[in-house]
Design a protein around this ligand. Structure first.
Ligand code: PGA
Length: 240
């Protein structure tokens, strides 16, 4: 595990964006797993900037979304699919047919999960971007999740539901109580993981992720078992 501590959130964004841009420039069929949330947005903005400057071409990019709400249509304003579309995909030249998202509005979610697993099996993810939730989740793999799990439906825990108020929901009652997510086993199959954390609110969970025993109590501890993981922190998130 490599840990990179940078002075500012901006430098974290630059580090992450350059990892993705370098991959896209050098690989014929780059496959990236994208995370929603406030943490990676700065890096996405820099990717957009590089695209507009003509420095990178995303036409061969294959994109997978990490997770989604259950019961929310892909084009719903608060869906993670919409988040990724508006914050990144609509602003670069990734092809629509190369963007894969979990559709939590479908009737048969088991089928949705199985199909996603197959797709990822056939398109091994080169870089998976990850943030860590305040309860230690990665994707929507909440505490107690199977450390070897595949894509599945989860009951969201209180901290995750509350955090969704940062993502445009105005009332707690509006936030879906279930999610659909790549499993921890699915995530660990990516060739490389980029775990990003910024800000002082994350310092306790970052310490726990890096120092507590690896267990499903803090799902993000599992990343330490990956043989190609970079943890990128700003000074505040690294505060402990
Ligand atoms: P955040 O979410 O980037 O908004 O802090 C991270 C997460 O819950 O995985």
């Amino acid at each position: 595990m490599e840990i990179v501590i940078l002075d500012s959130p901006k430098e974290v964004d630059e580090f992450v964006a350059s990892q993705i841009v370098d991959l896209v420039k050098t690989k014929e069929r780059p496959v990236v797993g994208f995370a929603t949330g406030s943490t990676p947005v700065g890096a996405y903005n820099l990717m957009i900037e590089q695209y507009h400057l003509g420095k990178v071409d995303f036409s061969n990019l294959i994109a997978f979304n990490l997770d989604e709400y259950v019961g929310v249509k892909l084009d719903h304003p608060r869906s993670f699919a919409t988040f990724m579309r508006t914050r990144l995909f609509d602003q670069i030249n990734v092809k629509k047919e190369n963007i894969y998202a979990l559709d939590g509005s479908k009737q048969d979610l088991t089928q949705v999960c199985n199909e996603y697993e197959k797709l990822i099996e056939n398109n091994q993810i080169d870089i998976q971007i990850l943030g860590v939730g305040m309860n230690g989740h990665i994707g929507y793999n909440e505490p107690g999740s199977d450390l070897d799990g595949k894509t599945h439906v989860v009951d969201l825990q209180e901290k995750s539901i509350t955090s969704s108020l940062n993502y445009g929901f105005t009332k707690i009652e509006e936030v879906p109580t279930k999610g659909i997510t790549m499993g921890i086993g699915t995530i660990m199959k990516a060739k490389k993981l980029l775990m990003i954390a910024k800000g002082k609110d994350k310092k306790d969970i970052v310490k726990a992720m890096l120092e507590e025993p690896i267990s499903s109590k803090i799902p993000s501890t599992i990343i330490r078992q990956h043989d190609n993981v970079i943890v990128i922190l700003d000074k505040e998130a690294a505060g402990k």
